[in-house]
Ligand binder design. Structure first.
Ligand code: SF4
Length: 373
């Protein structure tokens, strides 16, 4: 729950899940909702994959998944894990050997469906490897690859079939005394995903990995994910999220964080509040915001900045932000600090000046945070 007693309409009551560890990242319980992404490089290209993992981690990813389709990838995984600043999840499909190899290579989690990797003996071997190497498992049910017997029973991928599939995989892990798992029930359809997730959330206390699979490109996928994941998170469902986009993994991380930030579930970096601009604007709002988004990417401290074109909304928005700028007239505007009008600044120097003010404020907030720890 976000502790907001003053504004109770903003509270989100998170579903109670048990907590597991993915490497050193707690997932579930009262842990912050972890943001994940997945590399799209060849896993065997260790340098390119590590570079992508590092870029994603720099953008805020807590966990990164890497595909392990063959033995050469399992071998590369060891080097990737060693170089990675965040826990690595190995994505395994069907081949139980890859699961064992990935656990041995130091993966923090295996994304594997135990019902799809062969007979009982093979399942046991993978589970034992996970146990031996302190590796968690994510059961990843996907509407597009449901088991044949469930498709025959239900006629088509539907929420009940997805929940049943998830529970069947859970049972296999539990029968082998393995409880260090989380689960996802993804579909590319927002309605199907949302209903399946609500069903699985009621049926188990396992931590839930949220995702709308194959959501699409940057704009359409972002919107689909914001609707699908946003609704579920608002209901309190979800302990870790991955936004799937046909785009750079860094974009997935940014979108994931923006969804969580919009719901007050996580805070990171500068939250820019800006107006759409119109004929009243005292400076070019759109270009300024674009430049500031780029120039302030390095700030990780949660804080707010309002960039408003004119006095219609500027002073009001600035009241609620750490730093603010409101367009005025005659080529300059007003800088606000901690909600109060502070000083005038000319439009042509304003971007450099705001970056400085934001950096100063971030250092101040960091110092307060450090002192409190
Ligand atoms: S704040 Fe001013 S410039 Fe921005 S959209 Fe509103 S009226 Fe236009």
């Amino acid at each position: 729950m976000s502790l907001n007693h003053v504004r109770p309409w903003r509270n989100i009551y998170r579903r109670k899940s048990r907590q597991i560890m993915v490497g050193d990242v707690p997932v579930g319980g009262d842990a912050p909702i972890a943001v994940q992404t997945m590399t799209n490089t060849l896993t065997t290209d260790v340098a390119a994959t590590v570079a992508q993992v590092q870029a994603a981690a720099e953008a805020g990813a807590d966990i990164v998944r890497v595909s392990v389709p063959d033995e050469a990838s399992s071998k590369a995984l060891k080097d990737i894990v060693r170089e990675s600043p965040v826990p690595i999840v190995a994505d395994i499909h069907f081949h139980y050997r890859r699961g064992i190899e990935a656990a041995e290579a130091g993966a923090a989690c295996l994304r594997i469906n135990p019902g799809n990797i062969g007979d009982e003996k093979r399942v046991k071997e993978v589970i034992n490897a996970a146990k031996d190497h302190n590796c968690s498992i994510r059961i990843g049910v996907n509407a597009g690859s449901l088991e044949k017997h469930l498709l025959e029973k239900y006629g088509e991928p539907c929420p009940d079939a997805m929940v049943e599939s998830g529970l069947e995989h859970i049972r296999i892990l539990q029968d082998n005394d393995f409880h260090n798992f989380k689960i996802s029930v993804k579909a590319s359809d927002v309605f199907l995903s949302a209903a399946a997730y609500q069903g699985i959330a009621e049926a188990t206390d396992a931590p839930i990995h949220l995702g709308i699979t194959e959501a699409g490109g940057l704009v359409s996928g972002t919107i689909k994910s914001a609707i699908g994941l946003g609704n579920l998170l608002w209901m309190g469902i979800g302990d870790t999220i991955r936004v799937s986009l046909s785009a750079d993994p860094v974009e997935e991380v940014k979108v994931g964080f923006e969804i969580l930030k919009s719901l007050g579930l996580r805070h990171r970096g500068v939250n820019i509040i800006s107006c759409p601009s119109c004929a009243r604007q005292g400076f070019d709002v759109i270009k300024t915001v674009e430049a500031l988004e780029h120039r302030l990417e390095h700030i990780k401290t949660p804080m707010s900045l309002s960039i408003i074109g004119c006095v219609v909304n500027g002073p009001g928005e600035a009241l609620m932000t750490d730093v603010g700028f409101t367009g005025g007239g005659a080529g300059s505007g007003m800088v606000y600090l901690a909600g109060k009008a502070s000083h005038k600044m000319s439009n042509d120097q304003m971007i450099d000046h705001i970056v400085e003010e934001v950096e100063k404020k971030a250092a101040e907030l960091d110092a307060v945070q450090e002192a409190a720890e």
